[in-house]
Ligand binder design. Structure first.
Ligand code: B1M
Length: 212
């Protein structure tokens, strides 16, 4: 069995030590970090998501798999983030109110950091006021919001509205992303940008701050 399949299997099995070791082994063998991410970690988590939806596995299994994936991400972090010159601008990042999913958001943060952005990560379950207050406090040009639930994605609208209400829309741009979102939804709530995945989030943020 190849290394990437083994990584995916260990994510599925919720084994952080094995995932960490195999990810390190793959990097040492010359597999590109993006490939370890896509073909190993994300592939494993996709299987987990499908099994959860079909009720073949339950929440504790998903939580263990998420921990295993995070441990793999930590191994990849230095290489995914390599090469950034930290001057590209400041981004306030977080998961929308009511939502505890943070793996995709963390990935966006790692890649933005790697592209030279100074990332202020507010964590999960972030209320709209906190996004906006923090962006003002830190002089951030961009607020990035992640949502993984159809029930929480609607809360992104409140952040966009608050930025406008406070007259900040010309200096603070809002970019949104996460599995249930679409470009059309982002447009509908008045967000300045949408990205399908973490890599395209970097490109979109660069465009928003005029660095692309
Ligand atoms: Co949850 N969960 N979960 N879960 N979970 C989903 C999202 C779900 C689709 C599973 C399913 O039913 N198949 C489903 C949502 C259904 C829906 O809303 N339509 C679901 C559910 C229902 C729930 C609970 C309600 C379950 C329950 O309690 N009954 C509960 C909600 C808790 C809450 O948030 N209030 C819950 C809990 C959890 C855990 C805590 C167990 C765990 C999260 C752990 C953690 O994040 N630390 C978890 C997990 C792991 C998942 C799945 C299996 C995997 C998510 C993930 O990390 N994917 C997920 C099923 C799935 O997505 N296949 C599922 C890997 C990650 C890299 O991808 O986050 O999509 P993703 O990020 C992508 C893009 O979306 C994008 O870039 C990344 C890739 O490059 N992206 C951005 C993300 N944010 C972005 C921001 C951007 C730009 C791009 O700009 C700012």
């Amino acid at each position: 069995m190849d290394l990437l399949t083994r990584i995916a299997n260990e994510v599925r099995a919720g084994e952080p030590d094995a995932v960490r070791a195999l990810a390190a082994e793959a990097l040492a063998a010359g597999v590109a970090p993006a490939e370890v991410l896509r073909g190993g970690l994300i592939a494993g988590m996709t299987v987990v998501g499908d099994a959860f939806r079909l009720r073949e596995i339950f929440l504790p299994d998903v939580l263990l798999a998420a921990r295993a994936m995070q441990s793999g991400l930590e191994v990849l972090r230095p290489q995914l983030a390599a090469g950034g010159v930290p001057t590209a601008g400041r981004v306030v990042l977080g998961t929308v109110r009511g939502d505890l999913h943070d793996i995709g958001k963390n990935l966006v943060g790692i890649l933005l950091g790697g592209a030279g952005f100074d990332v202020i990560d507010l964590g999960v379950d972030v209320p709209p006021e906190r996004f906006v207050d923090s962006a003002v406090e830190h002089g951030a040009a961009v607020i990035g919001i992640s949502a993984l639930l159809t029930t929480t994605m609607v809360g992104m609208r409140e952040v966009v509205a608050l930025v406008r209400e406070r007259g900040l829309a010309d200096r603070i741009k809002v970019i949104v992303g996460g599995a249930p979102l679409t470009e059309a939804f982002a447009r509908e709530i008045g967000a300045d940008g949408y990205a399908y995945d973490a890599a395209s989030a970097v490109g979109r943020v660069k465009q928003l701050v005029g660095a692309a």
